[in-house]
Design a protein around this ligand. Structure first.
Ligand code: ZN
Length: 257
């Protein structure tokens, strides 16, 4: 074979190996991030037993990486994470079964292109509010720094929605709640699913865990606020605007730039 042809074939092989290696490492990095996010749920005191799950999406590859079902946190490693197709929910990689809430995560990723990570917990105070079927109204600036108003609570699922496609219907009810309220999910990064518990999201899995942690704090704060004054009304809209918009959006000026 002439040398130039040989060189060209070698070059093509090099490019091919390089792109396969890049694909491999990108997905391995995402698995490590999702595993860490799940472990952080324990560190943050947001889950016990094997409850809760965190995931992240890779929109370029059209997959999500999610926690496996029922694996104890103490044994959880990045290689246990399960890769699932964003389009049809079919398994792409991983020997274990994905979290039983995978279909809820998929519905949220498909409906909201701006989110990169999703978390579900049964953290004590946020779940208590979900069980009480009450939204978390904004009573002060702690909430206004993260939410542009309330953390909504969904309607209850119907018997038919519970009996068939329960997990996907949970996602649909969340998306429907946001549509009805005309809420931007990036301005309200959490929901309380009635009689169930909270889901949060963010730009990646780490951000979704952070929001789950803040949500638990404000759920507790609201419980305390109402205990002191059960008649308290929502904070002034002008103060809500000030606090949310100084941290988020085009006019944000909070923090180091
Ligand atoms: Zn749950």
């Amino acid at each position: 074979m002439p040398n130039r042809k040989k060189d060209f074939i070698n070059y093509l092989c090099f490019i091919c190996v390089q792109s396969v290696a890049k694909e491999f490492f990108m997905l391995e990095k995402l698995k490590a991030e999702v595993c860490q996010a799940n472990l952080d749920l324990v560190t943050e005191g947001l889950v016990i037993q094997t409850w809760g799950n965190a995931s992240a999406v890779d929109r370029e590859r059209g997959v999500i990486v999610i926690k496996p079902s029922g694996v104890p946190y103490s044994e959880m490693k990045p290689e246990h994470m399960v890769v699932v197709s964003l389009a049809d929910g079919k398994g792409v990689e991983g020997k274990l079964k994905p979290s039983s809430d995978t279909l809820t995560h998929l519905v949220l990723y498909r409906a909201w292109p701006g989110i990169g990570g999703v978390v579900h917990t049964h953290s004590l105070f946020a779940t208590a509010w979900a069980q009480a079927c009450r939204p978390l109204l904004a009573y002060g600036t702690t909430q206004a720094d993260y939410w542009y108003g309330d953390v909504p609570c969904t309607r209850k699922l119907s018997a038919a929605e519970i009996k068939t496609d329960y997990e996907a219907n949970t996602g649909e009810v969340i998306v429907g709640t946001f549509k009805k309220l005309k809420y931007d999910p990036l301005q309200h990064p959490a929901v309380l699913v009635a009689s169930h518990g909270p889901f949060t999201w963010g730009k990646d899995a780490h951000d979704a865990v952070h929001n789950a942690s803040v949500l638990e704090f404000i759920a507790r704060l609201n419980s305390e606020t109402l205990r002191i004054n059960p008649k308290i009304k929502m904070m002034q809209p002008v103060l809500l605007d000030k606090h949310f918009l100084r941290k988020h959006g085009p006019g944000a000026y909070y923090g180091q730039k």
